[in-house]
Design a protein around this ligand. Sequence first.
Ligand SMILES: [Zn+2]
Length: 326
Amino acid sequence: MTPTACPVCLIVPSRVLLELKDVRSALISEQLRGHRAGVGAPASLVAAGRQRAVYDARHHAKLPGKLTRSEGGAASDDPAVNAAYDSSGATYDFYQTVLGRSSVDDAGLPLKSTVHYERDFNNAFWNGRQMVYGDGDGQLFVGFAGALDVVAHELTHGVTQHRVPGGLDYAEESGALNESISDVFGSVVKQWKLGQTAAQADWLIGAGIMAPAVGKALRSMKDPGNTALTWSGDDQPGNMSGYVQGGDVHTNSGIPNRAFYLAATALGGNSWDKAAKVWYAALPMLTPAATFKDVAKATQAAAAQLGLSAADQAAVKAAWKGVGVI
Ligand SMILES: [Zn+2]
């Protein structure tokens, strides 16, 4: 088996679910990891432009479920259906408008989503073919389909799998990079939709998906591991000195996440104008086992290739220095 790309990519790491004592959602999540769907869609399904379809699993595990809303169709009575439709549309629009990319595979892959997966399921995931959302149990998590950064994070796993030649191995530094790239574009898509500059953004991942008693967000790109901004179990390092050997990819991703935050704020203005374009241009320069140093080098090369000023190129380099990678 090749460890290429991530298996089924879930937004809530099993470690988090176990810490919150939701063994059931953790077990379902672990079982899903072994059941990745094939990548891509038959050519006959690929059409020009945005092609969204939202299905209702009606609290079962069978995918995709009942077709409830198609591209251009009337809004549903079900808010979860409309949230999945809108958030996948915003992610598609970001990639198309800002980066000139046609969907996840740059070949118009239709964006399928299923809501109401299982009962009280505290997770959401991309299975290589479609997005799937649990409702949350209302005690720990309160729903996922409306969180644009979560949706863009998951769809970006698909982008990474197509844009990095051979994908990024889902372990150690390359795995943490895989996670970080999803957080980067998850946050940038949210900022773009809200019209926020890098200075105005909250740089949180998953704000609003946790019940308030549990926490405020899964992660902070600005200040990884700051439990006051996130939740009590946040163990992310924000510097190479805190790298956890063999650690969870969602833990070590704090290091490249903070590098992006430092670069985006130093470059100023909107994160999608320069920083996101640099990171996106760097992806094809990576290999499946890319290290943090490799991506530091690739982003500097991309900044030069995109014609950024010497000061801006220095800012990209300084961001990686700021997290101890170079
Ligand atoms: Zn992920």
